[in-house]
Design a protein around this ligand. Sequence first.
Ligand code: TMP
Length: 268
Amino acid sequence: MTFQGKTHPMARRRQIYEGKAKILYEGPEPGTLIQYFKDDATAFNAQKKGTINGKGVLNNRISEHVFTLLAGIGIPTHFIRRLNMREQLIRQVEIVPIEVVVRNVVAGSLAKKLGIEEGTPLPRTIIEYYYKDDALGDPLVTDEHILCFGWASQEELHDMADMAIRVNDFLSGLFAGIGIRLVDFKLEFGRIWDNDYSRIILADEISPDGCRLWDMTTGEKLDKDRFRRDLGGEVEAYQEVARRLGLFPEGEDSAVLDLESHRKRRGK
Ligand code: TMP
């Protein structure tokens, strides 16, 4: 085979950005991008690195499903359509450099910071903001910092908080219906410009990478904490979330996701 013959189709596309779990490529039309989901997993600001086989395929599908449902209740999102197993077409946005974390139950950094036992239900939902800066380790910030340093305007902050609560209400119900407790999750938002005006839409992804999802009866973790805490069974956990959401019921997708048979076919 010639070198040209070996060229991967993706090589023809211009890469715009590579993150820890995704790559963004130039889209087919102006104002669009292609979001590629990798199997790479990181934790603790990339101090821990690994791969979760098939994660990209699962997150692409789970995020497509969730964003489609959110669009259905009127949440504007960057998602246009899924293109293939690992890629989706999205609207190009200017990412707001803030991670919006919504918490219903004490877990993770909140448990550690305040010395409260993980699993303690919160009497009201908490929204936290983290400034997206890897060199600083994404520090927790308040709305005062966000406004003072101009990372978002008052109106944008209001829109983000408002959408975060709507997403939380909807997703808490969606997951409760399939026996999963939505403990906490992270959202990212972006601006889209229309001449001199901009508005905020939901961006990034919603998947077990950025959510804590606990089985309601057993308490089993069905999210990236399996990787963060070396619990094992990451793929099975992500697959279980997809399965309960009614994704990959049958057909070729499920065959590809049946990693056990995939490995056997390849003799690994
Ligand atoms: P935390 O308890 O570590 O602060 O995480 C809260 C939620 O945010 C949890 O569902 C995982 C998610 N998250 C991310 O998606 N990216 C991150 O970089 C961090 C720190 C948390």
